[in-house]
Design a protein. Sequence first.
Length: 334
Amino acid sequence: MADSVRAEPGSFLFDVGDAVEPLPVCDHYAGIEARMTKSLALQAELGPIFDVTLDCEDGAPVGGEVEHAHLVAEMAMSARNVHGRCGVRVHPPGDASFESDVAIVVGTAASRLAYLMLPKVEGVSDVAHAAAAIDALPGGRAVPLHALIETHGGLREVAAIAAHPRIESLSFGLMDFVSAHRGAIPASAMTAEGQFTHPLVLRAKLEIAAACHGFRKTPSHCVVTEFTDATVVAEAARRAAREFGYTRMWSIHPSQIRPIVAAFAPAPGELDEAVTVIDAAGAAGWAPIRVGGVLHDRASYRYWWRIVVRGRRTGMILPDDFERRFFAGKQAPA
């Protein structure tokens, strides 16, 4: 079989928008200088199996927003940002510090930013405003935008926000979303267990995930504040991935990173099945085949190829021969 037939199938199984390399499955937040430094050091050690988001919104001390923005920009530009998978959460588009955050962070570090996170987005107009502020900077770069859906307005316009061409990912902001209901949703809905049972929270999670998948964007699951119990984090991550269709999740403590990555990675048997199907499909020139008594064609090839890519993205090891034939010359992300 010709090498071109057995080459990476992402280029011909998918439309252009679907063939984009997926984002890392974990988005780790840090806002204090020591924690930002440690987070980037851990990323350098483990590889880009998770992103690091440097936080200007909650990380900046009151009155020290400008100084903190400069610190974040310098951190993103530094040698600590080994893999270039560093983003920044700026202040909300309606906040007095938003414009200066963008001017400092993007003006200084645009070339090394993986994305900007926009909190408290009320609608698609906020996304357009942020994109315009970035594009107005001299010599600027069209930095991808991530947005937090944590307000009533954001949820009402979630499909339009997901459709915006600069949006790469939407995250659910659990804590602010619950608070926005003025006590009508109990505090228990902010816990690891309660966030999977309250109907209004479940509705928000499902609408965000559906909007993202409908427009080929990445849905990112909310925080788990009980960070001292790895089993709680792992179970929440498993449910987010397996039951709610999320392909990424927030971490707010370094101890959460590994459980989240493990939960979003394919199970070993699932990856083995994906390798078997894709290997046989490539050998058959991507025509329909039968594997273990089950019919496969291009629809299932797209599914199993995504399992292969997700496994590789989360640091799982593919068979040497398979890696060489389907990812020839392409360095693994981890």
